[in-house]
Design a protein around this ligand. Structure first.
Ligand code: FES
Ligand code: MG
Length: 573
């Protein structure tokens, strides 16, 4: 123990004897607490992203009681602080617009209240990185309680995966291969319990990444939400955060450059979502690290995809848990992981994985038999993406990894949607479909539009993949030859804004290149003619977002939230 009760942040509110502290204490007593409940105890703020519109966090309404139980047991004082819910299926235009909002809510919530330590309850896509970004900036001890994946989907004995199988069977429906009644039946079978998507979407990716970074108890991220091990993990996290406060175990001691390398290695080995790249960049920059896309490419060249989970593989998170979960996968990585990094457990990460075992090496593959040899995600550069673009080659048809074809350009999702299923659309499988003005400022918020639909007439001919490019993102549960996060985006005048129908586009994933085969003089002429599109939001949060958000290769954080000097503690008077 390094802290005494009078060193606690909350002591300034509750422990001193003055006019203000009388008010603070009397107001806690107003809620029926005793003085003994909080006197000299760490106050733990539980940031709970539960809501009635977030199916992935439905169990948090009761799970928080287990977290609180652990906090009481260890001699802490728990306070639930509801935080913005970021429900991926429902929030429009995209939860990404609100990731930084939640991050601010956590940071300011900690700062303005008597919080000594934080429990972060999240999982659904953007909630994990948002809570982490806020906690890193708030600089108090923090532990992440992952929501955990839902159970496998089931339809007539077939296993269904969140997202991935929605897209897959939607194309079969468009092609006339399944009926409306089949589709209705699937609706009841694809999401069978509370918990996050059980494919390798952004949720499973980020919960695993946050564990690898050191911010969960060992193995926490793989436990399915309805499993009885999940509430036990929650109360253990509650006990642990109280100890972390006494130990003064701060995020800065955990979120080190080596820990981020571990996180990126796990991102690659899991076949993680492309969204994860943006979130890892943002978290690292909050921690004051100068992380760039290059680090992802360097690490991806040496780390194979080992987790056989859709969309890169064939199985689901429930299978992954029974096969040993993340500790087993990290153990398989061997020397590709740095075992010395500290975690919230107070011990090195290597200790947490020492006893792990792989129980099914079809699910968690050995290095000698990976799902994909290396480069689960690739960073591309060229005159079409001077600041980089991202692709997931493991989820694409291999013939598109080296391709040259004419561009078919759409200036908005709406314009694309209006014609994509028309029989008259002049398009072949050689074409490169392009969507622009869907980036961080243009979207705004980079909606998940990057998996453009295959034109209807080609779907009916049996085509299931094509080369698609955008400054948007795509869901981690999506798949196909999609080049994403093209930076700088079209809205700010990136080269993507200059492409015209019929221009030849060349991609070579092995060489990591992405080029527009148009002479520089012609591009200069088009650049001179280009007019910046209007911003979508005249006022409000959307306007603030577009004004302050950084580009995809920088993590899409707000400029004013970047790491810097510590902020002053609030005055209490
Ligand atoms: Fe919440 Fe996929 S919708 S995790
Ligand atoms: Mg998603």
């Amino acid at each position: 123990m390094t802290k005494r009760p009078e060193d606690l942040r909350s002591h300034r509110w509750l422990g001193v004897n003055d006019l203000r502290s009388f008010g603070h204490r009397s107001r806690l007593l107003q809620m029926g607490y005793e003085r003994a409940d909080f006197t000299g105890k760490p106050v733990i703020g539980i940031f709970n992203t539960w809501s009635d519109i977030n199916p992935c966090h439905a169990h948090f309404k009761v799970r928080i009681e287990e977290v609180k139980r652990g906090i009481w047991q260890a001699g802490g004082f728990p306070l639930e602080l509801p935080a913005m819910t970021l429900s991926e299926p429902f929030q429009k235009p995209t939860t990404m617009l609100y990731r930084n909002f939640l991050a601010m809510e956590v940071e300011e919530g900690v700062r303005s209240y008597p919080i000594d330590g934080a429990v972060l309850m999240g999982g659904c896509d953007k909630t994990g990185p948002a809570l982490m970004m806020g906690a890193i900036s708030a600089a108090v001890p923090a532990i992440f309680v992952p929501a955990g994946p839902m159970l496998r989907g089931n339809w007539r004995g077939k296993v269904l995966g969140s997202g991935s199988d929605t897209w897959k069977y939607w194309d079969e429906k468009r092609a006339g291969n399944i009926s409306e009644a089949d589709w209705r039946e699937m609706e009841q079978g694809i999401a069978r319990s509370h918990g996050t998507c059980m494919t390798m979407g952004t949720a499973a990716t980020m919960m695993s990444v946050i564990e690898a970074l050191g911010f969960t108890l060992p193995g926490a991220s793989s436990i399915p939400a309805p499993d009885s091990n999940h509430p036990r993990m929650a109360s253990e996290s509650g006990r642990r955060i109280v100890e972390m406060v006494w130990e003064d175990l701060l995020p800065a001691a955990i979120a080190t450059p080596k820990a981020f390398d571990n996180a990126i290695s796990v991102h690659q080995a899991m076949g993680g979502s492309t969204n994860g790249i943006i979130h890892i960049l943002a978290m690292a920059r909050r921690a004051g690290l100068d992380m760039t896309l290059e680090r992802f490419d360097e690490i991806s060249q040496r780390v194979p995809v080992l987790a056989n989970i859709r969309p890169s593989g064939t199985l689901l998170m429930e299978d992954f848990y029974y096969a040993g979960g993340l500790p087993a996968l990290m153990k398989q990585l061997g020397e590709l992981l740095d075992p010395s990094c500290l975690t919230v457990s107070g011990r090195p990460i290597g200790e947490g994985i020492a006893a792990a075992n792989v129980y099914n090496d079809e699910v968690i593959r050995p290095l000698a038999n990976p799902v994909y040899p290396r480069g689960g995600t690739a960073i591309l550069r060229g005159n079409l993406a001077p600041e980089g673009a991202v692709m997931k080659p493991s989820a694409a048809e291999p013939r598109f990894l080296k391709h040259r074809g004419p561009a078919l350009v759409f200036d908005s999702y709406k314009a694309m949607k209006a014609v994509i299923d028309s029989e008259d659309l002049e398009v072949t499988t050689e074409h490169v479909l392009i969507l622009r003005n869907a980036g961080p400022q243009g979207g705004p918020g980079m909606p998940e539009w990057g998996m453009l639909p295959i034109p209807g007439k080609l779907v009916r001919q049996g085509v299931r993949d094509m080369l698609r490019m955008s400054d948007a993102r795509m869901s981690g549960t999506s798949y196909g030859a999609c080049v994403l996060h093209i930076s700088p985006e079209a809205h700010v005048g990136g080269p993507l804004a200059l492409v015209r129908n019929g221009d030849m586009i060349e991609i070579d994933v092995a060489a990591r290149t992405l080029n527009l085969d148009v002479p520089e003089e012609e591009l200069a002429r088009r650049r001179a003619e280009w007019v910046r599109p209007e911003d979508r939001f005249p006022r409000g949060y959307g306007a603030m977002f577009a004004r302050h958000v950084s580009q995809a290769h920088e993590g899409c954080d707000f400029d004013f939230l970047a790491a810097g000097a510590p902020l002053p503690e609030p005055e209490i008077n």
